[in-house]
Design a protein around this ligand. Structure first.
Ligand code: 13P
Length: 264
């Protein structure tokens, strides 16, 4: 089963509009030399205030606007209303997004997001015609206590609860061990592949074999140009969710280029 790789850049709370545009231009200067078929699926997730700036840059460029998809970093599950500080799926779509990252460990940790909230967000995103990138991952304490698989299986079962097979098949999961995020400590590729294969089995069990074969599951946590080839050579790793190394066009483009050496 061949799954098109995804290289996604999570810009987190970084970059002003002018900086976001410049980074976007830097990525386009790489993608313009390739067709969309030659490239992995490329997704960037700027802060909300830069979404429309970046997506409108894409529209009239004539060189790769269809090659870089835009993601929101979060959303609310309601369509509109009295939810100060929140943003709806329809609003993200209106600003040019086709993906939304949900359940990132930083949101779970600092903003108390629960599995139930993440499930509501996944349903709202799919109902709105966008694709959720559902994050999961264990803390160092959980890893050391030997409960990694159990913890992640619980997160995945909860996130996918009530989704149709078709919805699951088009969704994306990102396995991001919390101890590897922003630390420079990448998870060993074979171990990341083992956990991702375990996630795929959970997806097959809660949905269907074909949904499990179709869903794309990414690795995230200190991904760099020097780590991506080995990561992408694993059987079950379908791409990367990149933080720090996605903030510079040079390193993000190199991650894309190195991905193309081993897959696409
Ligand atoms: P780093 O690549 O900076 O470790 O961040 C990973 C991440 O959290 C992406 O969502």
């Amino acid at each position: 089963m061949s799954r098109k790789p995804i290289i996604a850049g999570n810009w987190k709370m970084n970059l002003l509009q002018s900086e976001a545009k410049a980074l976007f231009e830097g990525i386009k200067s790489f993608t313009k030399d390739f067709t969309a078929q030659q490239l992995p699926t490329i997704v960037i997730a700027p802060v909300f205030t830069s979404l429309s700036a970046v997506s409108s840059e894409g529209c009239d460029c004539g060189c790769g606007c269809d090659k870089i998809s835009i993601a929101g970093q979060n959303c609310h599950w309601e369509k509109s209303g009295a939810y100060t500080g929140e943003i709806s799926v329809e609003m993200l779509a209106d600003a040019g997004c086709s993906y939304v990252i949900i359940g990132h460990s930083e949101r779970r940790q600092y903003f108390s997001e629960t599995d139930e909230m993440i499930n509501k967000k996944a349903k709202a995103i799919l109902a709105g015609g966008l694709i959720p990138i559902i994050c999961c991952g264990e803390t160092l304490e959980q890893r050391e206590a030997g409960v990694t698989d159990q913890h992640i299986a619980t997160q995945i079962r909860a996130a996918l609860n009530g989704l149709s097979e078709e919805e699951v098949a088009k969704s994306v999961i990102a396995y991001e061990p919390i101890w590897a995020i922003g630390t420079g400590k990448t998870c060993d590729s074979q171990e990341a592949n083992r956990v991702i294969a375990m996630i795929r089995n959970v997806v097959k069990e809660v949905s269907s074999a074909s949904a499990g074969d179709s869903i794309r599951i990414l690795y995230g946590g200190s991904v760099k140009p020097s780590t991506i080839e080995e990561q992408m050579s694993q059987s079950d790793i379908d791409g990367a969710l990149v933080g720090g190394a996605s903030l510079k066009a040079e390193s993000f483009n190199e991650i894309i280029a190195n991905t193309m050496k081993v897959s696409v």
